[in-house]
Design a protein around this ligand. Sequence first.
Ligand SMILES: Cc1ncc(COP(=O)(O)O)c(C=O)c1O
Length: 424
Amino acid sequence: MADNKKVMNGPGIAEEGFPMWPQFAEETLQDVLEPLKSGKVNYWTGTKGMEFEKAFAEWIGAKMAIACTNGTSALHIAVSSLGIGPGDEVIVPSYSFIASSFSIVQAGAIPVFADVTEDHTIDPKAIEKLITPRTKAIIVVHLYGVVCDMGPILEIAKKHNLKVIEDCAQCIGGEYKGKKAGVIGDIGCFSFCQSKHFTTGGEGGMVVTNDEDLGWECRSFRDHGYDVKTRMNLLELEETLPYIHNRVGFNYRMTEMQAIIGLNELKRFDSWNLARRRKYAKMYDEAFIGLEGIKAVPVNTEERKNAYWWYPILLDVDKLDCDAPQFIKHLQSEGIPCYGILWPEAYEEKAYKEHNGFGSAKFPFRSTEYTDPKSVEYDKVFCPTANKLRKETFSLFLHPSWEEIHIQRCIDGVKKVLDAHKKK
Ligand SMILES: Cc1ncc(COP(=O)(O)O)c(C=O)c1O
């Protein structure tokens, strides 16, 4: 039986606690035992990995879905399968988890950092200025579940013949003009890591695309570069043809246990997981919109439907006697779980500043053959909005395992801290 009463306690968290996230569908605890009993634990010996891919593709509206080990490998698969590599540049927001930009380096290409707008997503106006003859793609990140303003981004991509990769690690179920995040651009990448909308047991990922050739390329890259396009079972293929590696690839396959967990979470995703997130977001919206000291709540319009991984709030720090990092400390001392801004300026990382790429050659950063030295002067990069958001942003949670009382407790806590810290 799933222990759905588990609570998160700990420093600062109210005594009654808040229910834990993640929690798993009841049937999962039985279902995951099946492959362990049968021994069919791997993508090629079992059938659940393929079932999960099919169900996810149907749910999102994609021709192909490729399950993989995590969101990082999903991005690596996407960038590499688009043929991006040494000599190329990819535009990516500086304000994202490091994997969004590392995936570009992992493919041997160069990340070029763009600023965001106050909605936490890439600023379409910042993109065009960064395009060079080397630019091959844009990675957009639907951060916190906020869907990027895709219209202008797609226009720029079309004009300059660039591919659009959607990093949906934090955005399962967001929509742009009725299309789900992940199938708006050329290829979408998902994470099922521990903290995400749902997890496939700690790690997991998915790539989706409507371009079948690209999908088969992804499938091959995920699987040692095997010739999977022949659509033969890999084990049979190995027996028939000993030399079947068309390209260099990796092993990024998902296990059967992960796929089973994913299938069960996907089944209850729209009706329970996303429905609860949206209901709780509405409670936060109603409580916070127009409140003195609050500058902005997450974008959620008919055009850009938010998937609410977290609920980031911008404080109007001019009206308060504290900034967001201090506000978070006050809120935590009231027993409210909350988080500060995460990774606004990736170019500050040593890996970029010191060009710590691959091997002693520091590839690709120091490669004179493949890299324009100007594009890797990361110490000269500055994204002013991302930088400013550090002082203004904090996030509340809206886990589906919570009840309305937990959301209300967060609302009351925020209001109390706001009242206590308004400028006199
Ligand atoms: C925006 C973003 N992209 C990519 C990833 C990488 O996903 P994973 O941790 O599953 O490798 C994450 C994970 O936190 C993320 O938040």
